[in-house]
Design a protein around this ligand. Structure first.
Ligand SMILES: *[C@@H]1O[C@H](CO)[C@@H](O)[C@H](O)[C@H]1NC(C)=O
Ligand SMILES: *[C@@H]1O[C@H](CO)[C@@H](O)[C@H](O)[C@H]1NC(C)=O
Ligand SMILES: *[C@@H]1O[C@H](CO)[C@@H](O)[C@H](O)[C@H]1NC(C)=O
Ligand SMILES: CC(=O)N[C@H]1CO[C@H](CO)[C@@H](O)[C@@H]1O
Ligand SMILES: [Zn+2]
Length: 962
């Protein structure tokens, strides 16, 4: 349906001629008035900028009247240079142009308007006054508008829920403006730098109540419409349009006040009010943490956080009115897993961090989006660590993000964190792992080399200096350079900008090759770009980075400090590509670089050093190497083997030590890498050997963690996650009593008379156990679980079940399930890609999912519309499992044939195609080396296993950006 916007001239608005949204005949003479303007870019001219908006909106949420809104926006304008037009944004709105009024503030009379024009391609509304606008005057423009409240999850849209007690569907309306959807709700200057204050008034039926960024000022009856009231809110602080929010609903709330008077309210539908306590508890705590951390008080008197049943992103940081998916805000002790609780804490902490980073200080343009998202992601992990030190989540999140980025950013189709944005289609595509995870990883790196004070003072000064304004990344680097020079944590000869530019303006990251000279006890370090494509010409890898070097050795064993001990420099002439390090130990002692993975780089050692590391790992003393570095060693070795730069022998020798390891992080690093191998071997003759190998390494840890009969203390997040992960693998590969116990648990549940209230299955193992029971069951188990999905009142539980249902083995069940994913009565729009991803990642489901995707692309597209950048979530799980030339050609053909549909996911498409190519390379090159090494690793006594079909990934809780 995007074509509607592309092909139709939506409205060419002519003065004295009220028009609606539909195309006029091109013969209509009125169109001739005013030449269509030509713009070669999509940016607004800066000649006219807004100072204040008065927005008044009537919301009609009643089935019988149709779902519409209408209103008037009154914008006070500053004219920065003499000009003949006012250009602002409007999209998919009906505008009654004869009612547009322009006045000069000092005069009372309206100015004549010569023409009003719309440029749909640019979403521009252009008003031409009769007279030139003067730089020395102020103006007010008043524009009436109307639109429909659709279910498209962007702009001003409608959502609904089913009220079980009153047995009826109840509607609500809410906004989602980031990045460019404010223009779909009211005409405005929809660019982040065009900050203004907002006075918002919302008229609605009195059975609902309204919320906006600011507290309510007054409520008045509306004379013209029966039973309507008008809520007017306080004037907002100066802010960007993408942060404006409002909502009309019948939700209830729980209120908590902070000591220094910020009032928190958590809003949810009435039947979910039993799930708001956790958010009410952590919200104020995290806010306080940031006030101390940034040394700036939160400027608004209140924060509302609302759980919206239909929500496209994970959450949205609108200033003072934060919107969430239910799964990202609500928590119920006996139905949400600890991981789900962690997710809630993480998302709340992320959104609250944005109140400073993003809202108070905003990027000038979307190019610097990464700064908002990377920073919020990073500080959120500090916030969560503050809330729940017992979770030990900080290390895990850091390692997780870094290892993710090692994979994504090794693609040649990756992009720099800081990207030039031309076309609006590009904006939604950069809300991706690069902006969030790489952004947070490079900021963490910066934190580590600047030290605590240098970093904190710098950030706080930056926020104070630029509050209510807009910045470029250089402004942050300047503040950090200043504070770290003052704190003497960075040499005066270095600037943060020089260092960080090499990380943010360039794509990719480096690998350092360490070659030790055992005669002189020194080492030579060389850096080059790390890419997965082994055929990349050497000349393309010549980029260089400023790398903070940290290292220790088997004498010092000092893993405590991650402050830079030295730098690999990177000057324009690239003279810093090599570096010599002295004072290293002798040939019987290892060295290790990149302590605690504080830098975003991989390390490759010489053979002798590897030998020493492998020996230590495989000894009683393995834990003298820091736990993060144990994960790093595995990940680096597996990756280097993957791209053919090193034999699989070293990697598998390292993994071999895991039989002693009981920490989660190294296991996660190993299994994430083995999962990729698993995926590609699944349909190959080698799979039997691989499976035997996997069972061989899983058996001891399955037993050590107590199988699935022992349940860890619920505060130990890393143990809980570890057990759940091992359960997933063990049940897939039939290790121990995993399948048997899972099926038993599930059967006990099925005979409960009230299964929606009584569930005997250990909470944190439910994702694994449900999936296993469904995989080993038939329609009966599936139907039972589907019914639980329908009946459940808890978002987190629903989403867990929706993933588990894709584990089914019977094709017809999976086919039907895929169909259901396009029917929003059955599966909410926001969850459609979770169903697809789950089925696609399953061995049985893969072929079905692929056919479904190729055949139903039009329907999928219209289900996702307008957030079609989500097609990436469909392509990705398919591409991960494709490895033949034919599959590559088919995928390319589809993308070419459906260019329009893939228009907003070009980045995801490029990455997917590269992944298929890399899989192809891997199969051609690694197969025999891996086979040889696997045979060597397997315990000869191990029992051979039956060729049962195995699925590749247990659940598909996709990461949803916030
Ligand atoms: C509107 O005015 C600005 C500033 O003078 C100018 O750059 C722009 O081209 C004008 N737009 C149109 C459509 O004439
Ligand atoms: C480890 O190194 C840090 C900084 O390099 C130093 O401050 C600390 O004292 C060292 N610890 C030990 C036990 O040597
Ligand atoms: C969606 O599912 C509902 C409930 O089963 C059914 O009534 C409806 O016809 C389905 N809609 C479509 C378009 O298949
Ligand atoms: C007022 C208006 O133009 N509304 C349209 C917005 O877009 C949706 C879907 O594309 C249409 O259904 C509305 O009619
Ligand atoms: Zn964010």
């Amino acid at each position: 349906m995007l074509q509607v916007l592309k092909y139709f001239v939506f409205f060419v608005l002519i003065i004295n001629n009220s028009v609606s949204a539909y195309p006029k005949d091109s013969g209509d003479e009125s169109q001739e008035i005013g030449k269509p303007a030509v713009y070669d870019n999509y940016r607004l001219p800066t000649s006219v900028t807004p100072e204040n908006y008065k927005v008044e909106i009537f919301t009609h949420l009643n089935d019988s009247e149709g779902f519409t809104f209408r209103g008037i926006v009154e914008i006070t304008l500053n004219v920065n240079e003499f000009c003949d037009n006012i250009t602002l944004h409007a999209k998919n709105l009906t505008i009654d142009t004869k009612k547009i009024v322009l006045t000069e503030i000092s005069e009372n009379e309206a100015l004549k308007i010569r023409n009003v024009e719309l440029m749909p391609k640019h979403d521009f509304l252009i008003i031409y006054p009769q007279k030139i606008l003067s730089k020395f005057r102020k103006y007010i423009v008043k524009i009436p508008f109307e639109g429909s409240l659709d279910t498209d999850l962007v702009g001003y849209y409608r959502s609904s829920y089913y009220d079980k007690e009153f047995k009826k569907r109840v509607w609500l309306s809410v906004t989602q403006f980031e990045a460019t959807h404010a223009r779909e709700a009211f005409p405005c200057f929809d660019e982040p730098e065009m900050k203004a204050t907002f006075d918002i008034s919302l008229a609605h039926h009195k059975m609902y109540s309204a919320l906006s960024n600011m507290p309510l000022k007054e409520t008045k009856a509306v004379d013209s419409i029966q039973d309507f009231v008008m809520d007017t809110f306080e004037t907002s602080v100066k802010m960007s349009t993408y942060l404006v929010a409002y909502c009309v609903s019948d939700f209830e709330y729980k209120e908590v006040s902070m000591k220094d008077d910020v009032t928190f309210r958590i809003y949810a539908r009435r039947e979910a009010m039993n799930q708001v306590d956790y958010a009410a508890d952590v919200g104020p705590k995290v806010l306080k943490f940031y006030e101390d951390y940034f040394q700036i008080k939160f400027p608004l008197p209140k924060i509302d956080m609302i759980a919206v049943p239909d929500f496209s992103a994970g959450a949205m940081e609108n200033w003072g009115l934060i919107t969430y998916r239910e799964t990202a805000l609500l928590y119920q002790a006996n139905a949400s897993t600890l991981s789900a609780k962690h997710r809630v804490a993480e998302v709340i902490a992320h959104e609250l961090a944005h109140q400073w980073f993003g809202n108070l200080v905003t990027m000038r343009w979307w190019t610097d989006l990464w700064l908002n998202e990377g920073f919020a992601t990073y500080v959120a992990s500090l916030g969560v660590a503050h809330l729940h030190p017992e979770w030990k989540s900080f290390d895990e999140e850091s390692v997780d993000n870094t290892l993710d980025i090692f994979k994504v950013d090794a693609l040649k189709s990756s992009h720099p964190v800081s990207v030039t944005i031309g076309h609006p289609n590009q904006i939604s595509q950069i809300f991706d792992a690069i902006s969030y995870s790489k952004g947070s990883v490079v900021i963490r790196m910066c934190h580590k080399f600047l030290g605590e004070k240098g970093f904190r003072f710098g950030v706080s000064n930056y926020l104070k200096k630029h509050q209510y304004a807009n910045t470029l990344q250089d402004d942050l680097w300047d503040s950090l350079t200043e504070s770290s020079h003052e704190e003497q944590s960075l040499s005066r000869s270095l600037s943060v900008k020089d260092i960080m530019d090499s990380w943010t303006l360039q794509v990719g990251y480096p690998v350092i090759e360490v070659v030790r000279d055992y005669d002189t006890n020194s080492a030579t370090l060389t850096q080059s770009r790390y890419v997965s494509d082994r055929y990349t010409p050497r000349s393309e890898l010549n980029s260089c980075w400023w790398i903070p070097l940290t290292y220790t050795d088997s004498y010092r064993k000092n893993f405590t400090s991650a402050a830079a001990q030295d730098w690999m420099t990177c000057n324009k002439d690239k003279e810093g590509i090599e570096k010599k390090i002295d004072n290293l130990p002798d040939e019987n002692n290892w060295v290790i670089f990149n302590i605690q993975l504080a830098g975003l780089y991989k390390v490759k050692y010489d053979e002798q050093n590897y030998k020493l590391l492998v020996e230590t790992l495989n000894s009683e003393d393995y834990n003298i190497i820091n736990v993060i570095n144990r994960a790093q060693l595995i990940d680096d070795a597996m990756d280097l083997a993957w791209v053919g730069r090193q034999d699989y022998g070293i990697a598998l020798d390292m993994i071999n030590y895991l039989k002693r390891e009981s920490e989660y992080i190294p296991w996660k690093a190993a299994l994430d890498n083995l999962r990729i191998v698993n995926r590609l071997l699944l349909r190959s003759p080698l799979y039997g050997v691989f499976k035997a190998y996997m069972r061989h390494i899983l058996k001891p840890i399955y037993a050590k963690l107590g199988g699935i009969s022992t349940v860890p203390d619920s505060s130990e997040l890393h143990i809980v996650k570890h057990q759940a992960m091992i359960c997933g693998w063990s049940c897939k590969l039939d290790v121990g009593d995993c399948i048997k116990r899972s099926v038993e648990y599930f059967n006990t549940w099925m005979v409960e008379t009230e299964p929606d209230h009584i569930n005997p299955i250990p909470l944190n193992l439910r994702p694994c156990i449900y999936c296993t029971a469904v995989r080993n069951g038939n329609e009966k188990q599936w139907k039972f679980l589907w019914q639980r999905y329908v009946n459940s009142n808890v978002g987190a539980e629903k989403s867990m079940i929706i993933s588990a249902l894709s584990c089914a083995k019977e094709q017809w069940i999976l086919s039907r399930y895929l169909e259901w994913s396009l029917n929003s009565t059955l599966v909410r729009k926001q969850d459609a890609s979770i169903v697809f991803g789950g089925v696609a990642r399953d061995e049985v489901g893969f072929h079905l999912a692929r056919n479904f995707f190729f055949e139903r692309i039009d329907d999928i597209y219209s289900t996702l519309f307008p957030d079609t950048s989500r097609l990436t979530r469909y392509i990705k799980p398919l591409a991960e499992q494709m490895s033949t030339q034919k599959e590559l050609t088919d995928l390319k053909d589809l993308v070419a044939k459906k260019a329009k549909e893939f228009e907003k996911s070009t980045q995801g498409v490029k990455q997917a195609l590269e992944v298929v190519e890399l899989n192809n390379q891997w199969k051609l090159n690694n197969y025999f080396s891996l086979a040889r090494n696997l045979n060597r690793m397997i315990d000869p006594e191990s029992d051979m296993i039956t060729e049962e079909s195995l699925s590749d990934e247990l659940t598909t809780t996709e990461s949803i950006l916030v």
